[in-house]
Ligand binder design. Sequence first.
Ligand code: MN3
Length: 198
Amino acid sequence: MPFQLPNLPYAHDALEPYIDRQTMEIHHGKHHNTYVTNFNKAIEGTEWDSKPIEEIFANAFKVSAAIRNNGGGHYNHSLFWNCMKPNGGGNPSGELALAINRDFGSFEKFKEQFSNSAISHFGSGWAWLIKQHDKLVVASMPNQDNPLMDLSELKGVPLLTLDVWEHAYYLKYQNKRNEYIANWWSVVNWEYVASQLT
Ligand code: MN3
């Protein structure tokens, strides 16, 4: 099997009280695992079998829906786990902080724009901070699409992502997506996000 479920970079309960243990167990162990299994099944015996995932996304317009959705599911969740850590949050620093101030006016304005994008996204999907050429932009995308896919309206380097599928928050927050998003800022791993900038 070319693709494998990565280990979580922390314990299932490490993001409590913001994200609960049971949500993390099901989200990583069941949802992400299923994307990996179905992605491997979907590419088996096709020309994409031994291709890097970035190359598959660069051809998203012509791959099957199963490859697009499950490949996106695998990549997006892998990035999402890395974008969080226990005792995270606070403010970014260095080059990332400068770029955020330059392109959004301030960190608070960036947070507001990203949160609004995540809150107002209709249905299942993800909010993104993307480096597009030399500019940072915020967007939301449906299902398991991402900014590496050639069919995405906004393409670029994914820096930070937030899962707003109901499975990401429903056990703890039910219909209160806004509370999940407000609390999620407390677990963002800004060092990791900054490392994606180069
Ligand atoms: Mn998810």
